[in-house]
Design a protein around this ligand. Structure first.
Ligand code: ISC
Length: 445
């Protein structure tokens, strides 16, 4: 048995609100599912293939920074969850219904970026077999009715972005890590690996998009969701994108992850060779090594918390519109902590982050070298992004293939690449461009 992480920080006063919710079952949605609700720039979004949730407004928020960012968020959420009540007869009926928080975490403890949990006023949710509308209040005396929830939802959907004013294009410039700086970083990373300092590290760069109008967030999200239907589309407090990598998904006592590492650009692939990705990606020693290190980092951290874990012996090739990846789906049965509580999605996000898909092996050596070589604050890029409910169910993707909105018409994009002994700087630079392609296309850049 494993000891549960502390529910409250020593000397930490958690000022969590008392929340009250009502969840109303709704009929089947149109084929497009949740995408019909992705119409506002400020909505909170988590979804894949029409399932997921869209949040409007905010009734509570927790911001944290530094080494304790996960612990602060966990303590706050434990308090919110303990106190939350549901209107009689309107209790949550599915994971993610009822009181729920959308969450985003900074990659590194030294980041200036806040890690944030936001509880929306309204949530429209859909899973394979149900759909619902939840309304949440921080006023325990407020009567929460279906009429009120539908009226507020209609108002929220009415105040949509004026598409005429949205951007049509713009420019993309080097960010903190230019192309030259990136290739130099990769060469230095390979030298450190050759010198025996570490086995793998993931190096990233950024690029700044200045658009000729306000970022069309909802339009970008809809495009990403439609084109990248195997990815999880997210939008939380200005962090947007569509990630192919699931850090952890918790549904009751089941945990799942999709580990990715190993990439092949599709734009340079021969059109007439169906075996190309299997031969060049799945059959390549360097790519398989990079992938295995990412799996090992996940299973080593998850192992002590589970009674059973299924990790396939062979990765599969995940085909996205821009790239192919080596991918492995891991499934595990969670063991309760010795206080009887099952580890929550938040607990697991903290334990598993950062995997070797975004940091390296060994973790501490890689994290230190990333700070030194990149010299940039990654902010929330490559950190966990997703949602958690009051029961501890939730989904945390790794915030990849996206960007951070820095002002109305400016968005910073990020992409990184796993570096091992056999990595070539020019090839890694090309791969980073391939990973930025989904956002560039959605932004018309
Ligand atoms: C770090 C990123 O991708 C990771 C996930 C999948 C494949 C990767 C790779 O092949 O390098 C990276 O580890 C990114 O997209 O910024």
């Amino acid at each position: 048995m494993t000891e549960a992480p502390a529910a409250a920080l020593p000397d930490h006063e958690v000022r969590a609100p008392t929340l009250h919710s009502a969840t109303f079952e709704r009929g089947p949605m149109a084929e497009s599912g949740l995408l019909d609700y992705v119409v506002r720039s400020d909505a909170l979004v988590w979804g894949r293939r029409g399932d997921g949730k869209v949040g409007f407004g905010a009734v509570a928020r927790c911001d944290a920074r530094g080494t304790d960012r996960f612990a602060t968020a966990r303590a706050w959420w434990a308090d919110v969850s303990r106190r939350a009540t549901a209107a009689p007869g309107q209790e949550p009926t599915a994971p993610g219904a009822g009181v729920v928080a959308f969450a985003t975490f900074a990659f590194d403890a030294t980041s200036a970026a806040a890690s944030t949990l936001i509880v929306p006023r309204l949530v429209v949710g859909r899973s394979a077999d149900s759909s619902w509308l939840t309304i949440i209040s921080d006023d325990p005396s407020e009567e929460l009715t279906l009429e009120q929830a539908e009226e507020e939802l209609a108002l929220a959907l009415d105040e949509v972005d004026d598409e005429a004013e949205l951007h049509r294009g713009g420019t993309l410039a080097a960010g903190h890590v230019s192309e030259d700086a990136f290739t130099a970083c990769v060469a230095a990373g390979v030298a450190a690996i050759d010198a025996g300092e570490l086995t793998k590290l993931v190096l990233a760069r950024d690029a700044v998009a200045e658009l000729d109008g306000p970022v069309a967030v909802a339009q970008v999200l809809r495009e990403l969701a439609l084109r990248y239907s195997d990815c999880w589309t997210y939008s939380v407090d200005g962090l947007i994108g569509a990630t192919p990598e699931m850090l952890v998904r918790v549904d009751g006592a089941t945990a799942q992850a999709r580990v990715l590492a190993g990439t092949l650009d599709r734009s340079t692939a021969p059109a007439d060779d169906p075996h190309y990705p299997h031969r060049v990606l799945a059959g390549d020693e360097k790519q398989r090594h990079e992938h295995q290190l990412a799996i090992d980092s996940l299973t080593a951290e998850l192992g002590p918390l589970v009674s059973e874990m299924i990790a396939p012996a062979e990765p599969f090739v995940l085909q996205l519109p821009n790239v192919w990846h080596l991918a492995s789906d891991v499934q595990a049965h969670l063991t309760p902590y010795d206080d009887g509580r099952t580890p929550s999605a938040l607990d697991l996000a903290e334990v598993l982050h950062p995997t070797a898909a975004v940091c390296g092996t060994p973790t501490e050596a890689a994290a230190g070298l990333i700070r030194r070589l990149e010299g940039m604050d990654r902010g929330r890029y490559a950190g966990p992004v997703g949602w958690v409910d009051a029961e501890g169910n939730g989904e945390f993707g790794i915030a990849l293939r996206g960007g951070v909105i820095e002002s109305t018409s400016c968005i910073r994009l990020y992409a990184g690449c796993g570096i091992v002994a056999a990595s070539d700087p020019a090839a890694e630079l090309a791969e980073s461009w391939a990973k930025m392609r989904p956002m560039r296309e959605a932004l018309n850049l």
